[in-house]
Each structure stands twice: as structure tokens, then as C-alpha cells.
Design a protein. Structure first.
Length: 121
């Protein structure tokens, strides 16, 4: 049963990202946005990566559900899933804003802490 929930989460994530790009972000970007670092590119990229980070987080939850369904529910296994989710999440602001949005540092730290804790578990 948890697999069905995980599949629904994965599907809603795909729909969220696709339709968000097609119908919300594109239209939003036609409007004037705050200018940071000299232009509005940083604002656009921040909005875009935050939008898609939602999908990544949802997929992390789907991975947790799949793990629970198959009995992978130890502290170490859960920490690996969380660490991987935040590791992938760190790439979004790092790439999208070329490192200007410093959340990638925090997400990387969270990821590494989870990996180290998983290794110790």
C-alpha cells in the first residue's frame, strides 16, 4: 500500500514541476521582479529552484515510504535517504544561482551530517 502512495507522490511531483514551469513560472517571469545582484536573474533562478525543490522533497518522502514498505526502516537507512534528498537539493541553488544563494551550503551540511550519522548508526 505504501508503494501506491510513493508512486502517487512521484507522479504529483512530476506534474507539479511540469505544470508549474508551463503555467505559473513562465507567466510570473513576465512580470517585473525584484532586482538583486544587478538584475532579476537571481530572483528568477531562486524562484525556479525553490519550486522544483518541492518536488525533490516529495520524492525524498516517496523514498522513505518505499523503504518502509520493504523493511528498510533502520535509523541509518532513513538517514541515508534524508542525506541524499538534501544532497540533491543542494545542487539546485548551487547550479541555478552559481552558488550565490547560500542555501546550498546549509543543504550540503545537512546532507553530510546525515551521512556521518548513518555511518555511525
Amino acid at each position: 500500500m505504501l508503494i501506491v502512495a510513493a508512486v502517487l507522490i512521484i507522479l504529483i511531483g512530476l506534474v507539479h514541476s511540469y505544470l508549474g514551469e508551463k503555467f505559473i513560472l513562465i507567466r510570473l517571469f513576465r512580470q517585473p521582479l525584484p532586482r538583486l545582484f544587478g538584475n532579476d536573474a537571481f530572483t528568477r533562478q531562486t524562484l525556479r529552484f525553490v519550486w522544483h525543490m518541492t518536488t525533490v522533497c516529495w520524492w525524498g518522502f516517496a523514498a522513505l515510504l518505499i523503504g518502509l514498505e520493504y523493511g528498510y526502516s533502520s535509523k541509518g537507512e532513513i538517514l541515508l535517504i534524508i542525506g541524499t534528498t538534501f544532497g540533491i537539493g543542494a545542487l539546485f541553488p548551487l547550479i541555478a544561482t552559481r552558488g550565490k544563494h547560500l542555501s546550498w551550503l546549509v543543504f550540503t551540511a545537512i546532507s553530510l551530517i546525515c551521512y556521518f550519522a548513518a555511518a555511525a548508526a
